[in-house]
Design a protein around this ligand. Structure first.
Ligand code: COA
Length: 532
């Protein structure tokens, strides 16, 4: 065992400054999350309760095993858009009858649970997570279908929702729909495409078109119940497999269905002996300096996250701007790559490439801890082959077959974000700390580049350069880029699966790794051509 030796001084001024700044950022995120809990708002929730119905969150709470954690995913979806934050869907991984399942619940208090472009993206992301990690899917359905005013943005991509459900089924991943209310049009195919369907007496209404649409289309006059009620589907159409008497009964049946799946994890067994870190997880709040230009030692984070603070560092004296090594989190083996001083040089890129290959040989999942401003630029570095070495690392990350998790701690800029397995590189999960800043480059740098290019263009055309206008443009661009680099904005765009409280890091990673172990873990020896 190689215990990390922390030198973090929780009485120091640096610690206090970092802590204060983190707490301020964290409360901003918590405020957003509190708003998400309100769903479609107080009035809509009261109206829903008056109809003797549970909210999406209450349904999930009843569904999951008592005293088990629910790993909520993408709660800030749609942040900064015109839609309610959360995108009318509550989703995450929960334990149902002892099985880790992907749970996706429509929020009927938000515009009747209708699906807007962000709901769609969130649901598709949940489908990806379910497929990659082989998690049975439980849809808690009550939705008015497509958000009609935004149909142009959802009509085409919305088809993927149905395609995914059938493909999950084809891959042997069970899909279950508990229908709590309306499930209209596109929404009707959610149960329609599922392996198991539960409907509730006088509550579930599943039809391609409701009575007004049917009247308009064919002139037929009919009613909800005979068109798509639970009784009709249980007795006549055969769409309902189980007939529940009320919401609790539907949830009970749903839990029973899961218990009869005979579902077992396909990943390797986990060490039963789990040792807590030697250092206080609460101190994770005081590590990242408010000024991200000041580096911090990621070993201080690792020491508070991994089992027993036990970390076997790989190539500790080579490419020291990237820390690599082996550890366990809640008993699950992981290889960790963590930026130490922001910039990635050729040595770090080569070290990462070798480390990723080794993890693939030993079937070890990888955890990327981001705090990088990207690959080093400049004549010396270009001449030494920073492009081919960076490409090597990106090649290794792209073709690696072991599961990856990305944890965005501080900066995550440029190609460094890619090399460290950013969102486009399909990490199984991506979580951010409130201290994250991520973009192509920093706002000041980006505004500076645009200004330099404009100046050169004016000069080339023999025009006078307007310094005053340039300063105003620079300030506006800087402000725009900085606001687009913030965690709520990025999470709103589903560039991560959630912004987490740093103190929850070990728990969130443990839950993610546990979900990952639902699927087999197999590395590869086959990478693209490494340019030497
Ligand atoms: N698109 C956009 N907005 C929708 C919507 C949809 N598909 N379905 C409901 N809404 C909105 C309503 O306009 C209303 O908005 P408001 O609060 O600003 O007035 C809000 O959601 C609540 O709807 P309401 O009808 O009052 O709620 P309800 O619980 O009584 O009924 C539905 C919910 C879903 C049964 C009902 O709204 C409905 O039948 N919607 C249309 C369903 C449909 O035909 N979809 C076709 C999709 S292709």
């Amino acid at each position: 065992m190689t215990m990390l030796n922390s030198t973090l001084d929780s009485r120091s001024n640096d610690y206090r400054v970092a802590l204060d700044s983190m707490i301020e950022k964290l409360s901003g995120i918590e405020e957003e999350l509190t708003a998400v809990l309100a769903g479609g708002g107080e009035k809509a929730v009261a109206r829903h309760h008056d109809r003797d119905k549970f909210t999406a969150r209450e349904r999930i709470e009843l569904l999951v095993d008592r005293d088990t954690p629910f790993l909520e995913l993408c709660p800030l979806a749609a942040w900064g858009s015109k839609f309610t934050v959360g995108a009318a869907v509550v989703s995450g991984i929960g334990v149902v009858s002892g099985v880790e399942c992907m749970i996706v619940a429509n929020d009927p208090t938000d515009k009747g649970g209708s699906l807007n472009p962000w709901s769609m993206r969130k649901i598709l992301r949940m489908g990806d997570i379910a497929r990659q990690n082989r998690l049975p899917v439980i849809n808690l359905v009550e939705s008015g279908g497509a958000d009609l005013p935004t149909q142009k943005d959802i009509f085409v991509p919305g088809g993927a929702m149905f395609r995914n459900l059938t493909q999950l089924s084809a891959e042997g991943i069970p899909t279950i729909a508990l229908v709590f209310g309306n499930s209209t049009a596109g929404g009707a195919y959610i149960p329609g495409m599922s392996d198991h369907i539960v409907m509730i007496e006088n509550r579930s209404k599943v039809f391609l078109g409701g009575p007004p649409l049917v009247k308009a289309a064919t002139g037929e006059i009919t009613d909800d119940e005979s068109l798509g009620g639970a009784a009709m589907h249980a007795k006549v159409s055969g769409l309902a497999d189980y007939y529940a008497l009320d919401e609790q009964d539907a949830i009970r049946i749903g839990r029973q269905i899961v218990s009869r799946l005979n579902w077992t994890k396909s990943g390797p067994a986990v060490s039963t002996e789990v040792v807590s870190p030697l250092y206080d997880e609460a101190e994770l709040l005081g590590i990242v300096p408010p000024d991200l230009k000041i580096p911090f030692d990621p070993r201080e984070v690792i020491a508070r996250v991994v089992d027993g603070s036990d970390f076997d560092e790989f190539k500790s004296r080579y490419g020291t701007s990237l820390v690599t090594g082996w550890a366990r989190i809640h008993g699950h083996p992981v290889g960790i790559l963590a930026n130490a001083r922001g910039v990635l040089f050729s040595e770090e890129a080569q070290k990462a490439t070798q480390f990723i290959q080794l993890a693939n040989r030993s079937n070890t999942p990888l955890l990327f801890m981001h705090n990088t401003t990207g690959y080093m630029v400049g004549k010396e570095y270009e001449q030494n082959g920073i492009i081919k070495h960076g490409a090597m690392m990106i090649n290794a990350v792209s073709n690696s077959k072991v599961p990856h998790i990305s944890l965005l701690l501080g900066s995550s800029y440029g190609a460094g974000h890619y090399g460290m397995c950013g969102r486009a590189f399909d990490p199984r999960f991506v979580f951010s700390w409130p201290t994250l800043r991520s973009a192509v480059m920093g706002g000041t740098q980006l505004a500076g580049v645009i200004s330099t290019v404009s100046r050169a263009s004016a000069l080339a055309q023999g025009k006078e350069f307007d310094e005053e206008a340039d300063a105003a443009v620079r300030a506006a661009i800087e402000e725009q880029i900085d606001s687009e680099s913030l965690p709520a904005f990025l999470s709103g765009h589903l560039y991560d699966d959630g912004v987490i409280d740093p103190r929850d890091t070990r728990t969130v990673l443990g839950l993610s790794l546990s979900a990952i172990h639902s699927a087999p873990i197999e590395g590869t020896t086959s990478f693209g051509v490494f340019r030497m």
